[in-house]
Design a protein around this ligand. Structure first.
Ligand SMILES: Cc1cc2nc3c(=O)[nH]c(=O)nc-3n(C[C@H](O)[C@H](O)[C@H](O)COP(=O)(O)OP(=O)(O)OC[C@H]3O[C@@H](n4cnc5c(N)ncnc54)[C@H](O)[C@@H]3O)c2cc1C
Length: 177
């Protein structure tokens, strides 16, 4: 699939169809963007508003209930990490939830392990969202110039945004074991 993001009004829809809107917004982009737009049919296009949690939850657990995935830490899709974090949540929850263990303690350990990491990724994705959704031509030109210069002078700089994210390893030692 292909996705494109644009800063627009909430719930908006284009009067002459979403494909026309995509052409208007992205049809002048470099190859293969225009070709990709032309390759999709109107009925194949989904247009949704994207929301993220600006205010983090105080806890992912309450009593015998815990939240994971977007319910706990919905983030902007700018880093492509929402589903990855949900999978990590599941791994950590399974790690702590021993069949013979105390479920309340397991959920508390899950919350303690996951909340700081996922909230940090939510914040990082939001920072990139602010960069990618700039609209003033002056700030956009300044951003693009800086990005180009930084990428040339420090190769791999952009990939460093994934430091501390992509190198995650599942936990091995159970707390209290
Ligand atoms: C444009 C875009 C691109 C993205 N790209 C990436 C990417 O490249 N990599 C990545 O890791 N993440 C990406 N994400 C984020 C990722 O899609 C989400 O973080 C992930 O789907 C969250 O999974 P989830 O199971 O927590 O929630 P969801 O996928 O939202 O699943 C929740 C499910 O619960 C169902 N549901 C809701 N209420 C009820 C109810 N009352 N009863 C029964 N069912 C219910 C919903 O219909 C839904 O199927 C992207 C998101 C967007 C918007």
């Amino acid at each position: 699939f292909i996705y494109a993001c644009a800063a627009t009004g909430e719930g908006g829809s284009s009067a002459d169809g979403e494909k026309a809107e995509l052409r208007r917004r992205f049809g002048q982009w470099h190859d293969p963007v225009p070709t990709l737009i032309e390759s999709v049919q109107e009925h194949e296009i989904l247009r949704n508003d994207v929301y993220h949690m600006r205010v983090p939850l105080k806890a992912f657990n309450r009593g015998r209930t815990a939240l994971l995935g977007d319910a706990a830490h919905a983030m902007a899709p700018t880093l492509g990490q929402g589903a990855n974090m949900a999978i990590e949540d599941g791994v950590v929850l399974a790690h702590h939830a021993a069949p013979d263990g105390d479920p309340l303690a397991a959920l508390a350990h899950y919350d303690r392990d996951r909340r700081p990491r996922t909230n940090a990724v939510v914040r990082r994705a939001a920072r990139i969202l602010r960069l990618t959704s700039m609209r003033s031509p002056v700030t956009v030109a300044a951003r693009d110039g800086l990005m180009r210069a930084a990428s040339r002078s420090v190769p791999g700089l952009l990939l460093r945004g994934f430091d501390g994210i992509a190198d995650w390893r599942p936990p091995t030692a159970r707390i209290g074991a």
